[in-house]
Design a protein. Structure first.
Length: 262
């Protein structure tokens, strides 16, 4: 759709930046995919950027889930219930997103980025028993949090791990390590639902998505290696990355919010 070596190169670089941030910090990186595709790669519509991002996010999450599942860290019963409710939310959110003007959608996206930056600065404590099961007590919470996270994930075409992980912890009290592993079930399900909804409308560029994934694999390896080297400094890196997200969000709002007032 956008031929040329330059566009391919920019897509690979954008994917590598997203993968690098995910590998280095373990979350929040996919929020950069839509702005990078819109302003760097030059995808002509926000809706194609969101649909393509959702597809790439779903495949990346499915790939990462395999390793966590082999380690036995996934709480499957809770993850499946959370994801099932979220799939409905993701379908609703992605359907609503397609009806919203692109400039307005980007303005909303910028506002969400400020929220993500704030959540990244919160300290996550790995507390709670590892023997977590699906019960009558946590079932309603899983359904409510799952649906809400799915709506936002589908609406903006993002992984939503920054919402899903706290949602799983609040609903069940599971440890952080299990919440991160279990969140990948939801991320893959939400992304696949939103991508399918967008693909039906012809709003997914599969070639661009695979370039993003390829670049993300390379960036993720580099980011993960750097994370091991930096060790205890990852808290400081969260602050730096939150500042980067705020800067990108400010640029998005500067470009799009004034147009909404006309």
């Amino acid at each position: 759709m956008w031929p040329g070596a330059l566009h391919d190169f920019l897509a690979l670089v954008s994917g590598s930046l997203v993968g690098f941030s995910l590998g280095l910090l373990g979350g929040g990186g996919s929020i950069l995919a839509v702005p990078l595709m819109t302003y760097v790669v030059g995808v002509p519509t926000v809706h194609i950027a969101i649909g393509t991002s959702a597809f790439a996010v779903a495949l990346n999450a499915a790939g990462n889930l395999i390793a966590h599942a082999r380690a036995g860290a996934v709480k499957w019963h809770c993850a499946v219930v959370f994801s099932a409710a979220g799939v409905l939310g993701a379908y609703f959110g992605s359907s609503l997103s397609k009806t919203v003007d692109g400039e307005r959608l980007l303005a909303f996206f910028g506002a969400l980025m400020f929220l993500v930056a704030g959540l990244m600065l919160l300290k996550r404590q790995d507390s709670g028993p590892s023997s977590i099961y699906l019960t009558r007590t946590n079932l309603p919470k899983l359904l409510v949090f799952g649906f809400g996270a799915g709506v936002l994930s589908g609406y903006f075409g993002i992984g939503g791990g920054f919402m899903i992980v706290p949602g799983l912890i609040l609903a069940t009290g599971m440890p952080l390590v299990n919440a991160i592993a279990s969140s990948l079930v939801a991320v893959a399900a939400f992304g696949a639902t939103a991508a399918l909804n967008y693909a039906i409308s012809g709003l997914v560029d599969f070639r661009l998505a695979f370039l993003l994934i390829l670049g993300g694999l390379v960036g993720g390896i580099i980011g993960a290696q750097l994370a091991r080297l930096l060790g205890q400094r990852r808290g400081a890196l969260n602050i730096v990355f939150a500042a980067v997200i705020c800067a990108v969000a400010t640029y998005i709002e500067w470009r799009n919010f004034p147009r909404l007032l006309r």
